[in-house]
Design a protein around this ligand. Sequence first.
Ligand code: ACO
Length: 388
Amino acid sequence: MSTHASPYAHIVGWGRYAPAGVLTNADLEKMVDTSDEWIRTRTGIRERRVAAAHETTASMAAVAARRAIAVAGLQPNDIDVILLATLSPDYWMPSTAALVKEAIGNTKAFAMDVAAACSGFVYAYSVGQAYITSGMARNVLVIGAELLTRFLDYTDRSTCILFGDGAGAIVLSAADTPGGGLGFELTTEPSGAYMIWLPAGGAKSPPSQATVERGEHYIRMDGTQTYRFATRTLASTALAAVAKAGLEPADIDLFIPHQANIRIIQSVADGLGLSMDKMFVNLDRYGNTSAASIPIALAEAVDSGRVKIGDKLVIVAFGAGYTSGAAAISWTADPARGALAESIRPEEITVRPPLDWEPVDPIPAALVEILARPGSPEPGAKAAEVHA
Ligand code: ACO
């Protein structure tokens, strides 16, 4: 492990992966008492991605990670630390980060998961920054990955319409020249601990037939309270990170907020006195992918030409806990490098399965038909690849 402290941790690689299965609002209309119109106007979401039976949080994370490493121009073994933010790990143990380490072909890094729900990626990013600026690491892989569609009650219209699956990753590298994360703000408010939660499966209520019969293995949420927390907190958290970076909101070229609800993003823009042009939005196509939402959005923003060298960015998230987190970032990488991610094909990356064990079918009954349809291309894939 390095002992040379560097004052800066630049983002040098970025990558994303979204599964091919698509769950549309029209599909949800057939499952619960809802409408495309209600979902679009109350949330902004049109469709979300759904992982197939062979996919897991680790497998999606590994693809996004290899893409970020390729964009950085590094080899998997150049990575010293792997941090994986998730609330939907493959197993209670080992960590999903450990599985990803093996799947990407790294033999050197130490790896761990970070649990801070939808704020998890920002929290993990701050940890990676601290490892680099303290001299404990040179290259840190930070991943946000979620497979939420297996933890939803498809009879509960207040939650099943919101969430989707996917993964995003960045590589941080030590540097002596200015750039990277300039200011961080992280908050935790346990008063909201039971406003978004998953009751069963932990030590308080281990999984059993009774917990399953009570539906306690599904995500529960008080949407109204969570909405209030988000609108109260997101702008102030972003402002604090901007101030810690010595900047003003007007200095920021692009805000990349957690993709939960278009009305929440609108209220952040209002709170900061900015127009929606400064807010990156892709929740219409992915829904809320929790800890994956910001790294997917960041990679998509860069690859779609919304970010250039020298830009100041802010990522800002809120989530269960309640947690919130924001980082003000000086972008220093050439966006054109994003094309290098195309060399990484999902079918070439595997997560080693356990010996002598087969999982039960992981696909919720409500999604069987959707996953039997032909898949859609990965968002952002080149047309030539899609039709190849
Ligand atoms: N379709 C149709 N009607 C619905 C649906 C639906 N899918 N869901 C709720 N409704 C109904 C309600 O039952 C209610 O009906 P009523 O007036 O007859 O009682 C009505 O619509 C209004 O319900 P509200 O809950 O007040 O609707 P609201 O405008 O608050 O929108 C929503 C609900 C979208 C969930 C919103 O509160 C929200 O986005 N909250 C934040 C949630 C969030 O972002 N969570 C993620 C946190 S991140 C993490 O860490 C996991």
